[in-house]
Design a protein around this ligand. Structure first.
Ligand SMILES: NC(=O)c1ccc[n+]([C@@H]2O[C@H](COP(=O)([O-])OP(=O)(O)OC[C@H]3O[C@@H](n4cnc5c(N)ncnc54)[C@H](O)[C@@H]3O)[C@@H](O)[C@H]2O)c1
Length: 251
């Protein structure tokens, strides 16, 4: 494996599962020191063990609710205390409720905004001075849902469109400090987070019908793109959204 991230300190949210876990493994394999947080302590420690077994370095923090200002600030501060710097903030964690407009409650709407948008703002604000000092990178996980919308996605499409827009602002405000900001919009990825939706009758057939690549993605396919974006090879990429969707949106 190339060592494109050697010595970089990468803060990744949501490392207990899915794409966050895959990113922790991939970033560490490329030489990064990973600081991963999650609400789920046991599963996050499992990720750290996987990283260590592969010869990498990851510190697992938790439980950290990234949308909680104080908890998130403590996480960032502890990473800085250990390593003295932050080179990458990867805003991967999220949680949302899918429901039709007439069924979705105000509480479910607020939960989705908090756990898909507010936590990106909170983590970015906490890491901002350190990213400015290191000329670092903010990597945000958006979604194909942020480019369109389907039944049940009133909250999720709103939040992911917001993440894409926030990335433009972060890139513009980061530019004077040589901070880059990029979002990734995955298509459908096989993770614990997508399992329930993919198991719904007809979901997979409907998805494959509108996808140019006739399968779902694996988390490490997204992690590979994230590692490239965090590397020096992507130094000219900022203020944009990178779709990794098997042709789902373009079709
Ligand atoms: N799976 C897909 O098909 C898909 C597609 C497009 C975009 N995405 C996005 O990719 C990212 C990762 O998705 P996934 O499928 O790997 O999810 P996942 O549900 O498997 O993992 C998400 C992790 O984030 C953690 N988390 C949630 N809220 C948190 C909070 N407030 N504080 C700390 N940790 C929190 C969860 O505990 C969990 O471990 C998310 O932003 C998701 O919206 C997923």
């Amino acid at each position: 494996m190339q060592q494109r991230l050697a010595g970089k300190v990468a803060l990744i949210t949501g490392t207990a599962s899915g794409m966050g876990r895959a990113a922790a493994v991939r970033f560490a394999a490329e030489g990064a020191i990973v600081e991963g947080c999650d609400l789920d302590v046991a599963a996050n420690c499992e990720t750290a063990s996987m990283v260590a077994a592969a010869g990498g370095v990851m510190h697992a923090s938790g439980p950290v609710d990234v949308a909680d200002d104080e908890a998130c600030q403590r996480w960032v501060d502890s990473a800085v205390a250990r390593h003295g710097r932050v080179d990458v903030l990867y805003n991967n964690a999220s949680a949302c409720v899918f429901a039709p407009i007439d069924v979705m409650t105000r509480e479910q709407w607020d939960f989705t905004i908090r756990n898909e948008v507010t936590l990106v703002f909170v983590a970015t604000k906490a890491a901002w001075p350190h990213l400015c000092a290191s000329k670092g990178l903010i990597l945000n996980t958006a979604s194909v849902a942020g480019h369109g919308g389907g039944p049940g996605g009133i909250g999720h499409s709103a939040t992911k469109a917001a993440v894409i827009a926030m990335t433009h602002v972060m890139a513009a405000e980061g530019a004077p400090h040589e901070v880059r900001a990029v979002s990734i919009s995955p298509g459908v990825v096989e993770t614990p987070g997508s399992a329930e939706q993919l198991a719904m009758p007809g979901a997979m057939d409907g998805l494959l019908a509108v996808s140019l690549v006739k399968r779902v993605a694996q988390p490490d396919e997204i992690a590979a793109v994230a590692a490239f974006l965090a590397s020096g090879e992507a130094a000219f990429i900022t203020g944009t959204d990178v779709r990794v969707d098997g042709g789902l949106v373009n079709h």
